[in-house]
Design a protein around this ligand. Structure first.
Ligand code: PEP
Ligand code: MG
Length: 539
């Protein structure tokens, strides 16, 4: 058995035989021509064929991965109509008197390098897209179809790299997973893999001698096993069976509304920490995202994420959710989430220290950068913002002033933004006690039971020695939840729970009876909770 490490794109398990996919790399030759006009005509014809193929792919992708994700093929078709791209092809044919294949390949290479050198992950990932469209046109010039070879059994595809079009063309029922050496987690191939729930790894040191061998992809740990031993194989088969059983539950409940027996609708949302989790949200059929822990964006970097970097992430999430609610929690740095470049002082009690909204209201420039990115992204979907660790009305008033400043600034620069609901997290006993006053300031409450329990019971959530003292069903916490729901409802706002307690299926019925309007849970809990919601009565 050999074991390799890669970067996870989608965290499922796949077990099966490897099919090593080697592209028919087009060897493009530079050929002189006396008739550049005829070459331009050949290019135009090939481009037409490529666009028609992309339209077909788009239609197939809409069925497989939804409109939002299928959009990449519309974008590809648009790239082929791009004036700069076309001018470059015409220029090369005319000024160098060369064949269309060479002009397209050169243009593709140039544009691809240009994108790759951009200082933005999103544009960097477009480098692969421009290569993909150029290869498609070159294949059309040669009269070839670019369809990936048909396989007649279910396989794990291993390849140097996969273009988005190749991923979508594969017969989904036969694609167990894929492993590539190249690719980025921002690429559309990666996004499609996640949306199609295909276990996938990138950055693996692949080898074509693997063709036909049995392999296991462990997308959770980013591992690939080639010719696994019996013990490993049995362990992963058992693990996969658990996943498959969960998927069966998913199939039955997918598409059904989150409504109690007596007709009360519950917003059943999911929690995420990155763009990569969105596929899981959609795959588990959550009605929205109730908590996007944005601090992970800061945690995975070595310096402050720029406004553009954040904007690209929030926009992608909003677009992928296609109009469903996305609640972004402003960064909750501090306590257990330490980031070196913030240069925070060492504290005796970090959980009760300089963290979350306290940093934001103190270092307003960091806060404003994040808010600008979120407001800009709000033009592309249904975004709401919520603020962590609130303890006073004064904080909320100051936050709202800052939000107004951002909106005024954007407006005066002609930058669009959407209608953004503002909410606060109720995760301190102080916020519970002043919930009535807070409710008059905001559009919604989201109860962070993880911190609320820690601060109410005076039990450090990081300290495993205190486990025996920790009662997650402590009546103090449950009564606080009820109190917050009542305070929110008297002011006419909705109240949700986004802490882990929201996923505690033994409490779902209680929460519904308390009047909780929204539950935001890890994606894999959405369907088990839907099952309960549909079987209980509210009144
Ligand atoms: C909470 O405290 O319940 C919460 C949702 O926030 P986090 O777990 O990120 O602190
Ligand atoms: Mg919290």
């Amino acid at each position: 058995m050999e074991q390799y490490v890669g970067k996870t794109i989608y965290n499922g398990i796949a077990i099966g035989r490897i099919w090593f996919y080697e592209k028919n790399q087009q060897q493009v030759k530079r050929v002189k021509t006396d008739n550049p006009k005829a070459e331009i005509a050949r290019y135009e014809k090939a481009k037409e064929i490529a666009i028609a193929q992309l339209n077909d792919l788009h239609n197939k992708a809409v069925t497989d991965v939804g409109e939002a994700n299928a959009m990449i093929f519309e974008v590809h078709a648009m790239m082929l109509e791009d004036a700069d791209y076309n001018d470059s092809v015409y220029n090369i044919i005319q000024t160098e008197s060369v064949n269309a294949e060479y002009a397209v390949a050169t243009t593709g290479d140039n544009f691809s390098v240009m994108f790759a050198q951009m200082d933005d992950d999103y544009f960097k990932a477009r480098s692969a897209d421009v290569k993909d469209i150029s290869e498609r046109v070159i294949a059309a010039l040669a009269g070839e179809d670019t369809r990936i070879g048909d396989v007649n059994e279910s396989v794990i595809v291993v390849a140097e790299d996969l273009a988005p079009s190749e991923t979508v063309q594969m017969d989904k029922s036969k694609l167990l997973g894929f492993v590539t050496r190249l690719g980025s987690s921002n690429s559309h191939t990666a996004i499609l893999a996640r949306t199609m729930n295909i276990p996938a790894l990138i950055g693996v040191d692949i080898d074509n001698s693997w063709n036909g061998k049995t392999a296991i992809i462990d997308g959770r740990k980013g591992l690939l096993f080639i010719e696994p031993d019996e013990v490993t194989l049995a362990a992963y088969e058992a693990e996969k069976k658990k996943d498959d059983d969960a998927k069966k539950l998913l199939k039955k409940l997918k598409g059904l509304p989150d409504v109690t027996k007596d007709g009360k609708e519950i917003k059943l949302y999911a929690n995420i920490g990155s763009v990569a989790d969105v596929a899981n949200v959609l795959g588990n059929d959550a009605a929205g995202i109730g908590l996007f822990r944005s601090e992970f964006l800061y945690l995975e970097k070595n310096s402050y994420p720029t406004e553009e970097e954040q904007f690209a992430v929030y926009k992608t999430v909003a677009q992928n959710m296609a109009g469903k609610k996305v609640v972004i929690r402003t960064m909750d740095i501090g306590a257990d989430k330490q980031v070196d470049y913030f240069n925070l002082d060492k504290e005796e009690n970090p959980a009760m220290g300089y963290r979350a909204i306290r940093i934001c209201l103190d270092r307003v420039d960091i806060f404003k950068t994040q808010l600008r990115a979120i407001y800009r992204a709000s033009a592309f979907g249904n975004i709401a913002i919520m603020f962590p660790m609130i303890i006073s009305v004064t904080e909320v008033i100051r936050i709202k002033e800052i939000c107004e400043e951002i909106k005024t600034e954007l407006k005066s620069n002609g930058i669009a933004y959407g209608d953004v609901e503002l909410g606060v997290m109720i995760e301190t006993p102080a916020a519970v006690m002043i919930a009535e006053e807070l409710a008059s300031q905001v559009d919604f409450f989201s109860i962070g039971t993880n911190d609320l329990t820690q601060y109410t019971l005076a039990i450090d959530r990081q300290n495993s020695k205190l486990d025996s003292f920790y009662d997650s069903h402590h009546p103090a916490v449950l009564r606080m939840i009820k109190q917050v729901v009542d305070s929110g409802h008297s002011a006419g706002i909705w109240v949700g729970i986004c802490g882990e307690l929201g996923a505690d299926t033994s409490l779902t019925e209680n929460f519904i009876k308390m009047g909780v309007d929204e539950l935001s849970v890890s994606p894999s809990f959405v369907l088990p909770i839907r099952k309960i919601i549909r079987n209980v009565k509210y009144a």
